[in-house]
Design a protein around this ligand. Sequence first.
Ligand SMILES: Nc1ncnc2c1ncn2[C@@H]1O[C@H](COP(=O)(O)OP(=O)(O)OP(=O)(O)O)[C@@H](O)[C@H]1O
Length: 304
Amino acid sequence: MDLQINELTKDHAGGKRAVDSFTLDLKPGVLGLLGPNGAGKSTLMRVLATVTKPTSGRVLWQGTDISKDPGPLRRTLGYLPQDFGVYPQLTAQEFLSYLASAKGLSRGSARSRIAELLGLVNLTDAAKQRLGSMSGGMRQRVGIAQALLNDPKLLIVDEPTVGLDPEERMRFRNLLSGLAADRVVILSTHIVSDVASAADRIAIMAGGRLLRHGAPEELLRLAEGSVWEATVPSDRLPALRQQFLISGTTRTPDGVRVRLLLTGQPPLPQAELVQPELDDAYLLLTSAPAGAPTSAGSSQAMMR
Ligand SMILES: Nc1ncnc2c1ncn2[C@@H]1O[C@H](COP(=O)(O)OP(=O)(O)OP(=O)(O)O)[C@@H](O)[C@H]1O
């Protein structure tokens, strides 16, 4: 299984370039596509799901250009769009049965597949509940189930954890990891913790462009030597935020423990170098330079 994205560019009506010369080759496993709001993730997902065509560039699924011949990809695609709409009057079971028939599943195999999937997303007891009366998290799980109906070889999920509580989130990540052995899974999100545990590879996107792609360890290595911690009085925090990129703060009895990102030298005399986390690497790659010329703005330039 192979999805090749070659120099993909997508301009929206009105000229907004949402995806810009994006190139990536995907194999089975979970790719975490990480980027801030507006990075172009949903547009890219929509092109890959053949909802919209690229302006230029090509996407090949198993060697076939999906713009010229979308059939092979569509037959094996599972897609959970960001703006996943449901019919509020239908029950989960009815909704999934309707989509199963649209996807060409026979009545018998649809029935057993739906029962299996409702179990997988922990909704067996809610099978007969109307979608309109479900919580956002429950509806999202129905969305995940519908994306899996045809046992897809390419599974695209766009911001799937929105509306899920922490336990559902974890369940969902485990579910994705379990599915990825023999399929290409693309998980698009702006939440670093979604990809930190579930993704084999991470692509970081901003402004329509692919900034970095690699295994989580490779991205962590990029931030090595750039992550510092120091405890400061809490009234210094606003000034530090002006001067440095700050990836986290924790209140302690002695003040605030601050995590600062700066390559090369300690941002404060008492700062200690610490192990980077994915949040740090992501912030270093995607943040606009902070105020001071010696801040992470320079480190960004070094990392790119
Ligand atoms: N239909 C459209 N017409 C014009 N511009 C659009 C359209 N859809 C998206 N855009 C613009 O394209 C850019 C990328 O949007 P996109 O939704 O793909 O990003 P995203 O990374 O998925 O962000 P979000 O998570 O906020 O949806 C944004 O600047 C957005 O305003």
